[in-house]
Design a binder for this molecule. Structure first.
Ligand SMILES: [Zn+2]
Length: 106
């Protein structure tokens, strides 16, 4: 399984591209493509045709996927953008850890 170190619900910081420096929450992760959608990042204006559910159509803002390599996890413990490590806890579960402060990332 091609897992990503970054998951839905994580807070991340954008490292490169037009949204460099922005922070946001991962809304969706696409492990097969190694891409993530981050709230408010990599927004594209999309022309939307009216559908039965949206009624009106028009131009909408859409968050586009970006490569997971372009973002870094923001550690909930130390608040820094960090690389993610792993360790195995007492019950044999693999948990993510912050490379900066060593804290566990749930
Ligand atoms: Zn940390």
């Amino acid at each position: 399984m091609a897992g990503l170190k970054i998951r839905k619900g994580d807070r991340v910081k954008v490292l490169t591209g037009k949204d460099r420096g922005k922070e946001g929450t991962v809304m969706r992760a696409f492990p097969a493509q190694r891409k993530v959608i981050v709230d408010g990042v990599n927004v594209a204006k999309k022309h939307q045709a009216p559908t039965r559910s949206t009624q009106q159509g028009g131009i909408i803002d859409k968050d586009m996927p970006l490569p997971v390599a372009n973002v870094a996890l923001v550690c909930p413990s130390c608040g820094k953008a960090t690389r993610v490590g792993y360790k195995v806890d007492g019950s044999g579960q693999k948990v993510r850890t912050c490379k900066k402060c060593g804290g566990e990332i749930s």
